[in-house]
Design a protein around this ligand. Structure first.
Ligand SMILES: Nc1ncnc2c1ncn2[C@@H]1O[C@H](COP(=O)(O)OP(=O)(O)OP(=O)(O)O)[C@@H](O)[C@H]1O
Length: 245
């Protein structure tokens, strides 16, 4: 469903590529935890899959389409199919939970509908249903600025769900949360993933959480693949391959 063929990403002026000749394939239903030291290329990897970052060479193929040869319009359409969850949530603090969640439909609506905040009853009901799915039903009318970090990330997940995605991408979505909240957020992500049979690819620093919730672990080191296997295959030797200097 998602294939990377010899993908290299080199930032202007950088001595070494951030992603170095990576070839990988991901199938529907896989929940992939991406590990690696700081600077290993994890964020670049996620952003490249979402066509937010251009490749320097190689190809990314999603559902038979080569992402980087798509027009800007088609790239936007592809992005609506990939729900992105961010470390710092990227929510609108003064708007309510429901209003934030409804913005997940942004890419699928006409510009003036977005400008005027026009949503159908059906969309509002769907918004309420995804809010319920992440356990925030009592807070749909509350402003996001009055929520805890864990609750904000649940809103982030609900907004991504509102996109009706095929792919979930997460760039360190629990890095600013305490360990127990982080686990509960991963629990929600995994149950949504299983229910919708998505492809989920998430960068994470916490190896224990990655092993507990992923079906597959990818380890990056200096932009190259240092590990690709099942969580139970990530033994000490593999761990050292990813994290040793
Ligand atoms: N916009 C940019 N311009 C130039 N270099 C960049 C840019 N973004 C990232 N880099 C470099 O590319 C490499 C990979 O960075 P990236 O952010 O993808 O790593 P990461 O594994 O996500 O790190 P972290 O865990 O610290 O977030 C690093 O050497 C970084 O300095």
């Amino acid at each position: 469903m998602i294939t990377l063929e010899n993908v290299t990403v080199k930032y202007p002026g950088a001595a070494d590529p951030a992603i170095d000749n990576l070839s990988l394939s991901f199938q529907q239903g896989e929940f992939i935890g991406v590990l690696g030291r700081s600077g290993a290329g994890k964020s670049t990897f996620i952003r490249t899959i979402n066509a937010l970052q251009e490749v320097s060479s190689g190809e990314i193929i999603v559902d038979d389409y080569s992402v980087h040869s798509l027009s800007d319009e088609d790239k936007r359409r592809l992005r609506t199919k990939a729900g992105m969850i961010f470390q710092h949530f990227h929510l609108i603090p003064r708007m309510t939970v429901l209003q934030n969640v409804l913005t997940g439909r942004f890419g699928q609506k006409k510009w003036y509908e977005n400008l005027l905040g026009l949503y159908s009853e059906e969309e509002k009901n769907e918004g309420k249903s995804v809010i319920e799915q992440v356990g925030l039903e009592k807070m749909a009318g509350r402003r996001v600025e009055a929520l805890s970090g864990g609750q904000k990330q649940r809103v982030g997940i609900a907004r991504a769900l509102m996109q009706q995605p095929d792919i979930f991408l997460g760039d360190e979505p629990v890095a600013s949360l305490d360990p127990s909240t982080a686990k509960s957020i991963f629990g929600i992500l995994r149950s949504v993933h299983d229910e919708k049979k998505l492809v989920t690819i998430i960068n994470i620093h916490d190896v224990e959480i990655a092993k507990k919730f992923s079906t597959r672990i990818i380890g990056l080191k200096e932009g190259k693949l240092a590990f690709d296997g099942r969580p139970e295959e990530l033994d000490e030797k593999a761990y050292n391959r990813i994290y040793d200097e």
